[in-house]
Write a protein that binds this ligand. Structure first.
Ligand code: ZN
Length: 364
């Protein structure tokens, strides 16, 4: 691992919520919530780093005020994921993508069992037991006031009921300088008792021009197209771009479907393809009732449309989304989805029995 001296930076649209959060000096638990792809986790980590940073506030960079310095001992420990006063809980399934892996000690402690074949999507109760132990230990460094410790839980809705209940007591009476940042794209799924103990910090989709400018700075062509494709969520646009959802591939999708093939989208993971088709369906429905599309450029969409067919397609796609993680044959599933889409959008039903019959091949 390289020596890390990350210069401090914050996604531009997070500066205002960051300042609001820093001003909440007495709130020991924050709940950052909003759409998934706008930077909840990044904000939670920026807050943790700022609270633990050991450079006096007056000596830190000025924009935005209070951001961690990026070079003190604490900032270096956070960059190397080894700060003893920071506990970051993310489900196994996200650990690699987010760069925060589980604690080795914890893995070893689970009866010596080998790594399970399927990484868990939940934040397990064992992880929350670590929070309880962490809350009782003396801060090793403790930031400027020598007493700060931080727990980040992301995404908080991945705690099941038992897990969340384990957290409640600590959340209610956090000892000393312990602070929590929970982040969630689905706060309604949190226990009300957890929600009510947190100070809510809502994030919204950033202004389109600001987000598009940032995406352009990441080397993305015609960033406004991918930003719209991601419902205005710039981090989601960037993640999708990394797995092949380019501007060109997105623009080509309606035409490819008309031609009865998936084109570049054949290489997208099935859940991503289904999400793209659901957006195409949503836009087609909008156009059919005279509204403006949200995700695709209007000139790429078929004019008009059959509401019955489109609504049936929407229902079928919701069902497909529920089953998208199943280990079915991706090639067959893609083919069936494309035929279904072509029928819904263009009324072409060249295969005998129509797309419903072809969809029988979707069963795993
Ligand atoms: Zn620092």
């Amino acid at each position: 691992m390289s020596e890390t001296t990350e210069s401090p930076s914050l996604l531009p649209w997070l500066a205002a919520p960051f300042a609001r959060a820093l001003a909440l000096e007495r709130a020991s638990a924050l709940l950052v919530h909003g759409p998934a792809g706008v930077g909840q986790f990044e904000l939670a980590l920026a807050l943790a780093a700022a609270w633990l940073c050991e450079t006096p506030l007056a000596e830190r960079a000025e924009a935005p005020p209070g951001l961690a310095c990026g070079h003190c001992a604490s900032c270096r420990l956070i960059a190397s994921r080894t700060h003893p006063d920071l506990l970051v809980l993310v489900p196994e399934v996200l650990q690699q993508a987010l760069g925060w892996t589980g604690d080795e000690a914890e893995t070893a402690g689970e009866g010596g069992s080998a790594k399970s074949a399927k990484p868990s999507k939940e934040i397990k109760v064992e992880a929350l037991r670590r929070v309880v132990a962490f809350s009782q230990q003396t801060p090793a460094r403790g930031g400027l006031d020598r007493r700060t410790k931080v727990v980040v839980i992301h995404p908080a809705e991945r705690m099941n009921g038992i897990t969340a209940n384990t957290l409640l007591k600590t959340l209610e009476e956090p000892p000393g300088g312990l602070r929590f940042v929970l982040s969630s794209a689905a706060p309604a799924r949190l226990l009300p008792t957890v929600r009510s103990r947190c100070h809510a910090l809502p994030l919204t989709v950033p202004p389109g021009d600001q987000a598009a400018a940032w995406l352009g700075g990441q080397g993305i062509d015609a960033p406004a197209v991918l930003l719209a494709a991601a419902g205005g969520q710039p981090l989601e646009a960037l993640d999708r771009h990394a797995i092949g959802v380019s501007t060109a591939a997105w623009r080509a999708l309606p035409g490819e479907i008309r031609a009865g093939r998936a084109g570049a989208a054949a290489d997208w993971p099935l859940p991503v393809l289904i999400d793209a088709l659901a957006k195409l369906c949503d836009d087609a429905l909008r156009v059919a009732v005279g509204a403006a599309p949200r995700f695709f450029e209007a000139e790429l969409l078929p004019p008009g449309g059959d509401l019955d067919r489109l609504n049936a397609w929407a229902t079928a796609l919701r069902e497909a989304a529920r089953r998208a993680e199943h280990p079915w044959h991706a090639g067959l599933a893609t083919e069936a989805l494309v035929l279904q889409a072509r029928h819904a959008l263009y009324g072409d039903s060249t295969s005998q029995g129509g797309p419903r019959r072809r969809l029988a091949t979707l069963d795993p």
